[in-house]
Design a protein. Structure first.
Length: 277
């Protein structure tokens, strides 16, 4: 139904972490079929964050030379790619709701990779209600350019550094096609006590697109390092106000809901009641 692409003009600002947080929340809170994956080479940071919960499946994949994405590429080339075959090549994180597709094991993109990746996610879009993609930062990647072109909405990771916001507003390093896309901005590792908070940034830089701060959260960082984001979300996301990560989950939940509304999901109907999952 919709391709949601997470992109940042610069590396290291929290794009993968933002993708992880929003993707996991959608997969655990909503009864829609969601695919989460990344299109970078030699950098399985996104997948690794889920390893603890799926150790067996990950162990089986260690010794193979191809990944889910590589197998789909093969199917595409032999004209056997179908919406069903895509889900068959994923690891199920939340049954029927959240599937993880392992990114390519190849070390670099070949000439046709952008158009093949585009075709694979077009097909995935027929089966999944949300296809969530963590793509390479900057404007030097032909894969990212293709996926931004194909996106229904682009979630852009920026920071609270004014130099970063200024470059963005001046459209420096924007890939082709970004201009005409629906965009929302996430300030990664957000510090709400900074003078440069969401309200001030929006006003000072005259930004029309929605902006959110995705808070810095120590436990989230630990969960990424422990490769245990899935279990940590399961355990902690509905905890009460006194929980140290309460405001993190509140924000992630709000951003996820607004994003789903933007892509046309009825969040009232699709929301899973607490305690059911
Ligand atoms: N909201 C957050 N709370 C706590 N730590 C965070 C948060 N966001 C990011 N981090 C920390 O910052 C590190 C780098 O973030 P991340 O890998 O998401 O950046 P990136 O933009 O994807 O980088 P790259 O361009 O290298 O792919 C994470 O491994 C994590 O330790
Ligand atoms: Mg990353």
């Amino acid at each position: 139904m919709a391709k949601i692409v997470f992109w940042s003009p610069d590396p290291g600002r929290g794009n993968t972490s933002n993708t992880l947080a929003i993707g996991t929340m959608i997969g655990q809170d909503y009864d829609i079929r969601t695919l989460i994956t990344q299109t970078q080479f030699r950098r399985p940071n996104l997948e690794n964050a889920f390893m603890k919960a799926k150790e067996l499946q990950f162990r089986n994949l260690v010794n193979t030379t191809t990944s889910g994405m590589d197998n789909l590429e093969r199917l595409f080339k032999s004209k056997r790619l179908s919406a069903d075959s895509i889900s068959d090549h994923t690891i199920s994180l939340e049954a029927g709701r959240l599937d993880l597709l392992m990114g390519t094991k190849k070390s670099e993109a070949h000439e046709n990779f952008p158009s093949i990746a585009g075709a694979i996610f077009d097909e995935a879009d027929r089966y999944y209600q949300a296809v969530i993609l963590d793509i390479h930062s900057g404007n030097n990647s032909s894969v990212s350019e293709q996926l931004i072109q194909d996106a229904d909405i682009v979630v852009i990771t920026l920071s609270q550094d004014t130099s970063v916001i200024e470059s963005y507003v001046e459209q420096k390093d924007w890939p082709d096609n970004l201009q005409e896309k629906s965009k929302i901005i996430l300030l990664g590792q957000y510090d709400k006590y900074s003078k440069y908070n969401v309200t001030n940034i929006k006003r000072n830089f005259k930004i029309d697109d929605p902006i959110y701060g995705l808070p810095y959260c120590s436990e989230f960082r630990d969960a990424i390092n422990d490769k245990d984001v899935l279990n940590w979300f399961r355990r902690a996301r509905n905890a009460g106000k006194r929980h140290p990560s309460y405001s993190f989950f509140q924000e992630v939940r709000k951003i996820s809901k607004d994003l789903l509304i933007q892509i046309g999901v009825n969040t009232e109907i699709k929301r899973i009641e607490r305690g059911v999952s």
